[in-house]
Design a protein around this ligand. Structure first.
Ligand SMILES: Cc1ncc(COP(=O)(O)O)c(C=O)c1O
Length: 451
């Protein structure tokens, strides 16, 4: 039984450290204690109920009451709560899931799965498999990684090394050698002083070519990118960008890793971000919504060409010396099977596109009324962000407490949003209704009006 309310409030953040927060700050300003959830709503310890415009953490795509996923988890716990998939054993659920994922990702050209315990694991796996792929094929010198500034790829050392945000890097340096970054195709802020999306994309592609020439194509294993940058503040590239990256990578024998930990399974309005842009990556990282957030799980999807190199190897270099105790966990696999079926049945990608357009339009209208909103980003399904500024002309950062103030008043008025630096980020469940969109917009209106 949960302990009583006084106990929980008195001990909030006392004996645990929270991710992505300063321990002292959490003790001084204890986090909101969430005690229940239903549909797209969450309820806190004081009984306050709001629309969760964060969607858990970009993962609870089907909301908090997805009975088929809950039932699948419970049934699997009864049948086989755990068994390893390390060499020599497997389980029934994971075999079935691999076939389901193969069918789901067939249009992306991805036909094999390697299972993980979450997004950071998926990124680590993809980075490692990319190096191994080249070694199998006799190009052992291809060891470097390229990625985008502002990109987010989790917090393992490999992922942190390709991350493009100092907040996740500086305290943990030195990071992995051989990781190099190019500018993100971000129209609001970029080193080119250019705001036209197609132009920015071309300039970033030119920077990529330049970096490849500088590093030497034969030294680079892979380029990793999010099809739409999420945690970096919802940066939507021009439609020419990812196809351009794919073409350059192919030309130079560099593998393209699509980090779809957020964009996979419908969030952008397409079933994958790669599909949205018409690109077939060599490796794709998935996690989060694969189990609707109810079980820590992930999968790296592998393209036929990469699979072929491993499967037809006769050099002995293709043994995978990598994996997790929980790779292919039967409970996670059962959750994912049920989740994928529900994801398709509810056609959440189409709803993400429609509700995302409503939310984006509403946020643009909000920006017309509130000058502190410097930039509105979205237009690609249910991922949107507002960047706050103290001056629209200079784009100077807002006072430090301002985003938090908007967050707090929005919460009091019916919606949980997420603050990340100067950004307010929204990634609600994909089963959102138009009414829920209005609730979020109304709550934000109240938040900005209170400044
Ligand atoms: C694009 C991307 N990659 C990787 C990760 C890391 O996933 P996890 O937090 O499950 O390790 C995240 C998490 O937000 C992400 O957004």
């Amino acid at each position: 039984m949960p302990r009583d309310e006084n106990f929980l409030k008195a001990n909030n953040a006392r004996s645990l450290w929270h991710p992505m927060a300063a321990p002292g700050d959490m003790q001084a300003n204890p986090p909101t204690i969430i005690t229940g959830a239903e549909g797209v709503h969450i309820t806190d310890i004081d009984g306050h109920r709001v629309v969760d415009a964060v969607g858990g953490l970009w993962n609870v795509n089907l909301g908090f009451s997805c009975e088929p996923v809950k039932a699948a988890i419970a049934a699997q716990l009864d049948r086989l709560p755990y068994y390893s998939t390390f060499r020599g054993t497997t389980n029934d659920a994971v075999i079935e899931l691999a076939e389901d994922l193969r069918a789901f990702f067939e249009p992306d050209g991805l036909t094999r799965a390697f299972f993980t315990s979450g997004g950071s694991d998926s990124v680590e796996t993809a980075l490692r498999l990319a190096r191994q792929y080249h070694k199998i094929r006799g190009e052992a010198g291809r060891v470097k990684y390229l990625s985008l500034k502002k990109g987010y790829h989790g917090t393992h050392f490999g992922g942190a090394s390709v991350n493009g945000n100092a907040n996740f890097r500086s305290a943990y340096e030195p990071l992995l050698a051989g990781c190099h970054h190019i500018p993100a195709p971000w129209t609001y802020r970029n080193p080119f002083n250019e705001s036209d999306p197609a132009q920015v994309a071309q300039l970033c592609l030119a920077a990529l070519e330049d970096e490849i020439a500088f590093q030497g194509a034969g030294s680079i294993a892979a380029f990793i990118m999010e099809p739409v940058l999420g945690a970096g503040g919802v940066i939507v590239p021009h439609e020419s960008f990812m196809p351009g990256v794919a073409e350059i990578c192919r030309k130079h024998g560099i593998l393209l890793i699509a980090d779809e930990v957020i964009t996979g399974f419908g969030r952008t309005g397409a079933w994958s971000g790669s599909r949205l842009w018409g690109v077939q990556p060599d490796l794709m990282c998935t996690a989060k919504a694969i189990t609707n957030g109810y079980f820590p799980f992930g999968a790296v999807m592998i393209a036929e060409g990469v699979a072929e190199a491993f499967e037809s190897d006769e050099t002995g270099r293709a043994a995978i010396g990598h994996g997790y105790t929980y790779s292919g966990h039967p409970v996670g696999a059962a959750a994912a099977i049920a989740c994928l079926a529900e994801t398709k049945r509810l056609e959440v990608a189409a709803n993400a596109a429609a509700r995302g357009a409503e939310l984006f339009a509403g946020l643009q209208a909000l920006a017309e009324r509130h000058a502190v909103i410097g930039d509105v980003r979205g237009g690609c399904g249910l991922m949107c962000a507002l960047e706050l500024v103290s001056d629209r002309d200079t784009k100077a950062a807002p006072p430090k407490e301002m985003p938090g103030r908007v967050h707090q008043v929005a919460y009091e008025n019916g919606a949980m949003v997420r603050v990340s630096g100067p950004n307010i980020i929204m990634s609600p469940p994909l089963i959102l209704t138009s009414g829920d969109v209005q609730t979020i917009l109304g709550a934000l209106e109240a938040g900005f009006a209170a400044l």
